[in-house]
Ligand binder design. Structure first.
Ligand SMILES: NC(=O)c1ccc[n+]([C@@H]2O[C@H](COP(=O)([O-])OP(=O)(O)OC[C@H]3O[C@@H](n4cnc5c(N)ncnc54)[C@H](O)[C@@H]3O)[C@@H](O)[C@H]2O)c1
Length: 436
């Protein structure tokens, strides 16, 4: 019942499909049962409340309820291990628990791996654990599909309701048929394009998708860093122009402080590790990651350009979430920027409309937290905009002038209008020096 599981469950229930969410986290289960989302995602709360009220959605930590269902989606986390390789321990535990219950179940049961797993996992680890613990065979009483999830945090509900594709990987016709039937019921005449393939190909589609998107971000950040060296050049113009070429496309061409979130870094690391273990070094993806890591250093470098030494300087970090409309700070650029600022001896005060509770769990009292953007700016020597929240976009040039000790602004998200800041020390990432 994390981001993927809960959003999947809530949307299934919203289309009249009876759904039970299972999680080992008791507190999370209790909250869901009360119709309250344990994480911030637009529209999720309402959907959850409706589902619970109509008795179409329930939650429990008692996995035995699976015996009374037809299909199980595995949506547990697949984090990184120390060396970047995928940690399958949650998958193994959940599959084993599931198999133990399915041993007693009569009739067919379909298991769907929605978690992101490296090629071969569904047909290898999952199949092995499932068959051993259930004492049943995939292709007979058990169905098994790889069905990666492509939803994005911040727009997860909309993405789950209107995906651009559904990818189903299976080894037997019945599994694929049963899952397709469920999706036909869910989407009706609006069924998105369906790609039916092998489990391994379905698994690789997910990694290819995230690796491409991450590389697109590192690509435009590289162009931004070059643009910064050229008087009269702004990366926004370059992105707009190349984005008009349909082979390139305009989305994901926004220069910024680097990608974050629970997936890109973790999935790239898993893919790199997977590939290296098969004697192929994916140099491109290592460069994508290295570029991303360096981007936070560059952001702090711009602050140094404005201020000189950052030692003992008060820096307001505006935005902590890895993007707007989420409280998720996993792998967020803000954390890399803050670590870099701390290394330089700066005093950091941070503001975020949603993500402060999560940040406190990671950074505790290493930094100060502000209740709103104005109090973050109060007495600051420099403000760094890290997340593109509307609350931050709405700030006016007077706000910076009024509250800050000295109005130095690093706009790492390029969300302010540079015309309003000509009288201040304002630098947006990817903007070359103005021609004197
Ligand atoms: N978050 C995203 O935007 C996103 C998008 C697409 C794909 N994915 C993939 O989906 C998977 C889940 O990601 P997430 O962000 O939803 O994870 P998450 O960490 O938010 O949630 C995982 C949940 O699984 C629960 N859990 C762990 N072990 C369990 C067990 N044995 N039985 C029952 N519950 C158990 C945890 O308590 C937690 O609530 C990952 O593989 C991720 O890569 C995530």
């Amino acid at each position: 019942m994390g981001y993927v599981g809960l959003c999947t469950a809530a949307t299934l229930a919203s289309r009249g499909i009876r759904t039970i969410g299972i999680d080992i986290d008791q507190a999370r289960v209790e909250q869901i049962r009360k119709g309250k989302a344990p994480l911030h995602e637009p529209h999720l709360d309402t959907m959850l409340k409706n589902g619970v009220k109509k008795k179409l959605l329930d939650a429990t930590s008692e996995i035995s309820v699976v015996a009374g269902t037809d299909t199980t989606f595995l949506t547990v986390g697949t984090p990184s291990q120390q060396d970047g390789s995928i940690d399958l321990s949650y998958i193994k535990n959940a599959t084993e628990d599931l198999g133990n219950v399915l041993r007693e179940k009569r009739g067919y049961h379909l298991v769907v791996v929605k978690s992101t797993v490296v090629p071969g996992t569904t047909n290898g680890t999952v199949r092995r654990f499932l068959e051993q613990s259930s004492r049943k065979t995939v292709g007979e009483e058990l169905g098994l599909c790889a069905n990666p999830e492509f939803l994005k945090e911040g727009t997860a509900i909309n993405d789950a309701l209107h995906p651009d594709k559904i990818v189903i990987g299976s080894n037997d016709k019945k599994s694929a048929h049963e899952l397709t039937r469920l999706y036909r019921r869910f989407y009706g005449s609006k069924l998105p394009p369906l790609i039916l393939t092998t489990p391994e190909a379905a698994e690789l589609v997910k990694y290819a998708s995230n690796a491409f998107l991450a590389t697109k971000v590192s690509f435009i950040n590289t162009i931004a860093n070059i643009a910064e060296q050229i008087p009269g050049v702004d990366v926004g113009t370059i992105a707009e122009a190349i984005g008009l070429d349909p082979r390139i496309g305009s989305l994901f061409l926004k220069a910024g402080p680097g990608y974050g979130g629970s997936c890109f870094h973790k999935d790239l690391q898993a893919l790199i590790n997977y590939s290296q273990n098969r004697n192929y070094d994916p140099v491109l993806f290592r460069a994508t990651e290295e570029t991303n890591e360096q981007q936070a250093v560059r952001v702090v470098g711009i602050a140094e350009k404005l201020l000189g030494s950052l030692s003992s300087k008060r820096i307001a970090v505006l935005g902590l979430a890895f993007k707007k409309d989420t409280d998720d700070i996993r792998e967020a650029a803000s954390i890399r920027v803050i670590n870099q600022l701390k290394k330089k001896g700066a005093r950091v005060v941070a503001y975020d409309p949603m993500a402060i509770p999560n940040t406190k769990k990671t950074l505790s009292d290493q930094i100060d937290y502000a209740e709103n953007a104005y109090s973050a700016l109060k007495g600051a020597d420099c403000a760094i905009i890290v997340t593109e929240w509307d609350q931050i976009r709405k700030l006016k040039s007077e706000d910076f002038r009024t509250y800050m000790k000295t109005p130095n602004i690093v706009d790492a998200r390029r969300i302010l209008d540079p015309q309003q800041y000509t009288q201040m020390n304002y630098i947006a990432i990817g903007t070359g020096p103005s021609r004197a």
